[in-house]
Write a protein that binds this ligand. Structure first.
Ligand code: ADP
Length: 339
C-alpha cells in the first residue's frame, strides 16, 4: 500500500472512532485531523508544536510501538492547560497516529473527591476525639455525680454534632450523584416556605427570633423535599448568624421565567472575600461561631447543589455588621426553560 492509500485508510478509521486524533508524517506535520481534534488546536497541514506530545510521538517512532502519555499540555486555543491521555501509534511508512482524550474534567472530579474525603476525615476527627476523651473522663469520675452529669451532657452534644455531620455528608453525596431533578414537578413555593419555617421553629424560639414571610403564591419546577432542605438551611443560617431577638424575612419575588426565594437577616454579615467561598464544602467564615451553632460547614454547599440540580442559582449580598440576603433562583412553572 502506498503512503497516500495508507493515510486515507488510517484517516477513515480515526474518523470512525469519533475522537480527537491526528496522523503525523515523518517530520511531525499533521497530515490528517479528525473534526474532534480541531477544538484542541490540532489541525491538518500544521506542524505539531506541543512539546510533550512531540516527545511522545518521537518516542513511539523510535520504539516502533504504541506509547502513551498522561499529563497537562498546552493546546492551541485554550488558556488553561488541558489534562490529556495521549496515545501515539506507528502505522508504517513513518506515519504516527496520535489520539488524545481530554481528562481535565475527570481529573478535577477525582481531585474534588480526594479533597472531600480528606476534609471529611478532618471534620470527623474532632467530635470523635472529643467523644473518646469524654468517655475516658467519665470512667474516672463515676463517684462524682455532678461531673458525670456534666460530661454526659458534653458527650451527648458531641454525638449530636457527629450525627449532624454524617447526615449532611450523606445528603450532599446524594445530591452530587443525583442528576438534574425532574422538571415536571410543580412545587408550591409558599408550601415550601411554610414547611421550612416549621422546621426551624424550635431554633427560632430558642433564639427568640421572628421569621416573617410573604406567602404569596408561587410555583417552581423541581423537587419539593430538596427545596425545603435548601430554604431550611438558609433560614437556619439567618437565625444562627444573627443576635438573639432578631428578625428574619423570607420573600418570594417573581422575575421573568424565574422565581426568587429571598432570605434576609440583619445579623453578623459576611466579608466580601468570604462571600466567594462560603458555598464551598466545610468553608466557614467564622469557624468558632459555626461550631457554637452546631454548624457543619456543609449547609450552603447543599443549597448550591440543590440550586444547580434545579438549573437555578444561589447568590449572596452581604455587608459585615449589617446582615445578609441570600437569593435562591428557580425556574418558574409554565415557562419554557432552555438547557
Ligand atoms: P455552617 O454549618 O458553618 O453554618 P454553611 O455552609 O451553612 O455552614 O455556611 C458556611 C459559612 O457561611 C458559615 O460558617 C458562616 O460563616 C457563613 N454564613 C452562612 N450564612 C450566613 C448568614 N446568614 N450570615 C452570616 N454568615 C453566614
Amino acid at each position: 500500500m502506498d503512503q497516500q492509500a495508507r493515510l486515507d485508510v488510517a484517516a477513515e478509521v480515526l474518523h470512525a472512532l469519533g475522537r480527537p486524533a491526528v496522523i503525523l508524517d515523518s517530520i511531525n506535520v499533521m497530515v490528517r485531523a479528525t473534526d474532534e481534534a480541531v477544538p484542541f488546536g490540532l489541525m491538518q497541514d500544521r506542524p505539531l508544536i506541543e512539546l510533550e506530545l512531540l516527545n511522545l510521538v518521537d518516542w513511539a517512532r523510535k520504539a516502533g510501538k504504541t506509547e502513551t502519555f498522561e499529563g497537562a499540555v498546552n493546546l492551541g486555543g485554550r488558556a488553561a492547560k488541558t489534562w490529556v491521555l495521549a496515545t501515539a501509534a506507528p502505522i508504517g511508512q513513518g506515519l504516527i497516529a496520535l489520539s488524545i482524550e481530554d481528562r481535565t474534567e475527570a481529573r478535577r472530579l477525582d481531585e474534588t473527591r480526594r479533597d472531600f474525603v480528606a476534609n471529611i476525615s478532618h471534620e470527623l476527627k474532632t467530635p470523635i476525639g472529643a467523644i473518646s476523651l469524654l468517655a475516658e473522663t467519665l470512667q474516672g469520675a463515676t463517684d462524682d455525680t455532678d461531673a458525670v452529669t456534666k460530661f454526659a451532657g458534653s458527650l451527648q452534644r458531641e454525638a449530636t454534632r457527629l450525627s449532624q455531620i454524617v447526615q449532611d455528608i450523606i445528603e450532599l453525596s446524594r445530591l452530587q450523584s443525583a442528576s438534574i431533578v425532574d422538571h415536571n414537578d410543580e412545587v408550591d413555593i409558599s408550601d415550601v416556605i411554610q414547611e421550612s419555617i416549621e422546621r426551624t421553629r424550635v431554633l427560632a424560639e430558642v433564639k427568640r427570633t421572628r421569621v416573617f414571610a410573604n406567602l404569596e403564591p408561587g410555583c417552581a419546577l423541581g423537587n419539593r423535599e430538596q427545596l425545603i432542605t435548601a430554604v431550611t438551611n438558609l433560614i437556619e443560617n439567618a437565625i444562627n448568624y444573627s443576635d438573639a431577638n432578631s428578625q428574619v424575612g423570607v420573600a418570594v419575588v417573581h422575575r421573568s421565567d424565574f422565581i426568587d426565594i429571598v432570605v434576609t437577616d440583619s445579623g453578623v454579615g459576611i466579608a466580601l472575600e468570604d462571600q466567594a467561598r462560603i458555598f464551598e464544602r466545610f468553608y466557614r467564615a467564622d469557624p468558632s461561631r459555626s461550631r457554637d451553632t452546631g454548624g457543619t460547614g456543609l449547609g450552603l454547599a447543599i443549597v448550591k447543589h440543590i440550586a444547580q440540580n434545579h438549573r437555578g442559582d444561589i447568590a449572596v449580598f452581604s455587608k459585615p455588621g449589617l446582615g445578609s440576603t441570600f437569593t435562591l433562583t428557580l425556574p418558574e412553572c409554565g415557562r419554557s426553560h432552555s438547557e
